[in-house]
Structure formats: structure tokens, C-alpha cells
Design a protein. Structure first.
Length: 508
């Protein structure tokens, strides 16, 4: 029994393995058959695709061959057409060549004919020239020079006539335009006339105050004069003290200090020194403020501190009763208006006009006039060279180099000449000019003398028959020296000597 139990499982295993092996062989055979069928199908399909590709290649080859044949036919047609055109052009060129040869022969024959005629004309011209020279008595070169000179004279005459006409028209237009510009600028300016002058007289509450100002043994007045640099004149004028000083700032400091001392009542050297120092600081501050105010009113910027102070000092300076700062601001506005009218540089003209009289407020006392001093000050302040030139040239001490410098001259003249600008009376003004002209007329050889530029320039006409060019120089020095000796005048006077030789002839 036990053996049976062992054999049966083994027999089952063997049987199962046998059945499994038979099944596997069956499946393998089926797979092989299927693979064989697939291979056969693939071969058939590949052969079919090969045949199809061969057919397509043959069709494509046929199409390419047909396309190539069409292109060849078209190219042959184009070549044939090009060949025909070339043949026609060759025929045309051949015809033209024949025509050119024919024309060349004609030209050669004409050239020979013209050469013969030219030789004949030259021979006739030579004969004619010889005959003309014999008749006129002039050679060919002389006759040619005479004709050229005649033509040149005619051309010069016509050109001069045209230039004179253009010059006259330009002068008329320029004068009218200049009048319009000046009138427009003057109408746009509205400033007050001069009414407030720098006063050098201090009123006193009583004559007893004079003794207190003088002090014991004159110590008070000496202290005040030493600290301020002025001369205090105490005379018989009732209830008044006169302050005399060339420097307007010092005069203002002395005046203000004296008024405060009189109001305070305590007048002694220590108090005087304290008040003078305080007033000096206040005046210096006012100078700077007035300079800044002037620049602000005119819209100018980038001015150095020295320049601001130089402008502010003009607040205390007067000329012919006219405030120099007010005059400078007025000139700046007029110059700006004129520059805008003619298209010049407004800022440059305005800046130069404001600074043109800063030399009048200079602290140093020199022999130079205010234009030269002002130009040096502007140069040291780093101003534009054009501004420096405008300052130096505003009284014609040197030649103006820019149109803005000329505008400053014009604006200065307009501001000084307007009604109420200056305090000098008409009688004194006329008398001063008459004395200036009379001084020059005393010298022999002087025919006329004209004082212009408000007495700043004297133009003298001399007799050219009595005075030579060398004598004019000596005469000008003699007249200048005589004016310096006999007359009193502000600034300096420019002498312009004019000696002219004028010849008049009439053609009848």
C-alpha cells in the first residue's frame, strides 16, 4: 500500500509533465506556422511595395524628362530670339558705321575748306588791323587797353550808382527802424523822476547841541571824524551841521551815527565808537540787501558777493542828483527791451547795463575814470569779457566789440536824457558846454567846436590849409591841457580832432 501511495503521485507528476510537454510542442508548432505565414505575407507586401515604387520612379522620371524637354525647347526659342536681335544690331551697327565714315569724309572736306577760309580771314584781319593802326595811330595793345579801361570806368560808375542807391535806402530804413525800436523801449519804461537826493545836512534840535557835538577841546568831533572818515562842518548855520565826504557810504554812516547820537543824547568818544560800529554794520548789510534786491528785480543770477556789494554801494551814490542805482536798473531795463526788439542777447545786455556804472561806487580813489575802474572790477569778479567790454566802452573810452555794448551806450543815453532824470539846470548845462566850445575856439586854426555826449566829448574841426597833420596832434594836447586848467567837469572829456581836405569840381 505504501508503495502505491508513492507510485501514484510520481505517475501523476510524470503524466502532467508529459501532457504539458505535448501542449507546449503543439503551441510551438502553431507559433512557427503563424510566423511562417507572417513572413510570407511580409515578402508579398514588400514585393508589392517594390513594384509600386518602381512604377512611381518611372512616372517621375518620365515627368522630369518631359519638363526638361520643355525647358530645352524654351531655351532654344530664347537663344534663337537673342541671336536674331544680335544679328539685327550687327546690321544696324554696320549701317551706322558706314554713315559715320561718310560723315567723317564730309567733315574732313569741310575742315579743309574752313582752314582755307580761316587763313583767308586771318590775312584780311591782319590787313584790317594794319589799316586801323595806321588810321587811329594806336597799336592793337593800346587800343585793347583803352577799351578795357573804358568798360571798367563804366562798370565802376554803374556799381557806385547802385551802391549809393542801396546805401540811401538802407539809411532810410535803418533810421526809421531805429526810431521805432527806441520809441517802443522808452514807452515800455515807466520810472519815477529823481526827487530824493543824498542829504549831507543833519538838523539839530537847538544850537546848544553844536557844543555837545564838538565836546571838550573838540574830542567828540575829532573822534567822529576819525572813525567815519568825513569832515564835519559846524558854522553859523542855525540848527544844522554839514557833513562833507567824497565817499557816499562814509557820508551815510556819519549822518546816521550823528542823528542817533543826537537822539540818544549821550555824546562821548566811547558812545560814538559804539554807535559808529553798529551803524557801519547796518549800512554794510543794507548795501548787500540793496544789491540783492536790484538783482532780484531784474531777474539776474550768479553774481559774486563782491558784485552784489558793488551794486549795493550805488544806492548811496548820486550823479547830477540822479540815484546811480536807480539809473543802472533803468538802463538795464531799457537795454533788455532794445535787445529783445533787435534779437540780441537780452541777459548779456541787461547784466552789462546794470554793472556799467559800478566804478562810481568804488572804494579806492584812482586817476582812472569810472568806466575803466568798473571794467577792472568786473574783470576781477570773473564777469564775461563781453560784459567787461560793454562797461569800458559805454562812454567810448574804447571800441565796443558787441552789439550788446552798443545797446548799453544807447540805454545809458536814454536814461540820462529823459525829463527829470538829472538835476543839473538847463542854464548850467548850456553854460558848461559853451565854455567847453569857447576854450577850443581860442586856438588859431580851429574853425568849429561841438560839445556832444552831454559834454563828455568835444569834436573840433580845424582848417586844413593852416594846420597840418603833424600840427593837429600838438594842437589836441594844447587844447586838452587848457581845458584841464580852466574848466571843472566830472570824469574826463574826449577830444576828437577832424582835419579834412575837400575838393569840389564841376563838369559843364
Amino acid at each position: 500500500m505504501k508503495a502505491l501511495y508513492i507510485i501514484l503521485p510520481v505517475a501523476g507528476i510524470v503524466l502532467g509533465w508529459t501532457i504539458r510537454w505535448i501542449y507546449a510542442r503543439f503551441q510551438l508548432s502553431a507559433v512557427e506556422q503563424k510566423a511562417d505565414r507572417v513572413r510570407q505575407d511580409a515578402i508579398k507586401e514588400a514585393e508589392a511595395q517594390k513594384k509600386e515604387m518602381l512604377l512611381q520612379a518611372k512616372e517621375q522620371l518620365i515627368q522630369d524628362r518631359n519638363q526638361q524637354e520643355r525647358e530645352n525647347r524654351e531655351r532654344r526659342k530664347e537663344l534663337q530670339s537673342y541671336e536674331n536681335r544680335v544679328n539685327k544690331k550687327e546690321e544696324l551697327l554696320e549701317q551706322r558705321n558706314q554713315e559715320f565714315e561718310k560723315r567723317e569724309k564730309d567733315f574732313a572736306s569741310r575742315d579743309a575748306s574752313l582752314t582755307r577760309k580761316e587763313e583767308a580771314l586771318k590775312e584780311k584781319e591782319e590787313n584790317l588791323r594794319t589799316e586801323l593802326e595806321r588810321i587811329s595811330g594806336l597799336t592793337a595793345e593800346e587800343a585793347k587797353a583803352l577799351i578795357i579801361k573804358s568798360l571798367e570806368n563804366d562798370a565802376r560808375h554803374d556799381a557806385q550808382a547802385l551802391l549809393n542807391k542801396i546805401d540811401q535806402e538802407a539809411q532810410l530804413v535803418a533810421e526809421k527802424k531805429a526810431q521805432e525800436v527806441l520809441v517802443t523801449a522808452m514807452q515800455r519804461l515807466a520810472t519815477e523822476t529823481t526827487s530824493d537826493l543824498t542829504i549831507a545836512t543833519v538838523s539839530l534840535p537847538s544850537d546848544e547841541m553844536k557844543g555837545r557835538i564838538i565836546g571838550r577841546e573838540g574830542r567828540n568831533i575829532r573822534t567822529l571824524e576819525t572813525l567815519t572818515g568825513v569832515d564835519i562842518i559846524i558854522d553859523d548855520t542855525p540848527e544844522a551841521v554839514v557833513i562833507s565826504c567824497f565817499d557816499p557810504v562814509r557820508k551815510e554812516i556819519a549822518k546816521e551815527s550823528l542823528e542817533r547820537l543826537i537822539t540818544d543824547g549821550r555824546i562821548h568818544p566811547a558812545r560814538i565808537e559804539e554807535i559808529v560800529q553798529k551803524v557801519t554794520r547796518e549800512v554794510q548789510q543794507k548795501i548787500y540787501e540793496e544789491g540783492e534786491k536790484a538783482l532780484f528785480d531784474l531777474g539776474l543770477h550768479n553774481m559774486s558777493q563782491d558784485g552784489v556789494r558793488a551794486i549795493g554801494r550805488l544806492y548811496f551814490r548820486t550823479s547830477y542828483g540822479q540815484s546811480v542805482l536807480t539809473h543802472s536798473k533803468e538802463v538795464a531795463e531799457i537795454a533788455s527791451m532794445l535787445a529783445s526788439e533787435i534779437g540780441a542777447n537780452r541777459e548779456l545786455a541787461k547784466r552789462a547795463a546794470l554793472l556799467h556804472d559800478i566804478g562810481k561806487g568804488a572804494e579806492a580813489d584812482t586817476d582812472q575814470n569810472h568806466a575803466e575802474v568798473g571794467a577792472d572790477m568786473a574783470r576781477k569778479m570773473g564777469e564775461d569779457p563781453r560784459v567787461v567790454n560793454a562797461i569800458a566802452a559805454h562812454h567810448n573810452d574804447c571800441e565796443p566789440q558787441t552789439i550788446e555794448a552798443v545797446l548799453v551806450q544807447i540805454a545809458d543815453a536814454i536814461s540820462a536824457a529823459r525829463p527829470g532824470a538829472r538835476r543839473e539846470t538847463v542854464d548850467n548845462y548850456i553854460k558848461r558846454l559853451e565854455n567847453l566850445e569857447a576854450t577850443a575856439k581860442k586856438f588859431p586854426g580851429v574853425e568849429q567846436a561841438y560839445a556832444i555826449q552831454a559834454g563828455r566829448e568835444l569834436r573840433i574841426l580845424v582848417n586844413n590849409e593852416k594846420i597840418s597833420d603833424e600840427q593837429v596832434r600838438n594842437l589836441s594836447k594844447q587844447i586838452a591841457k587848457q581845458i584841464e586848467t580852466d574848466l571843472q567837469y566830472p570824469g574826463r572829456i574826449k577830444l576828437t580832432m577832424i582835419r579834412e581836405t575837400r575838393i569840389i569840381e564841376y563838369a559843364r
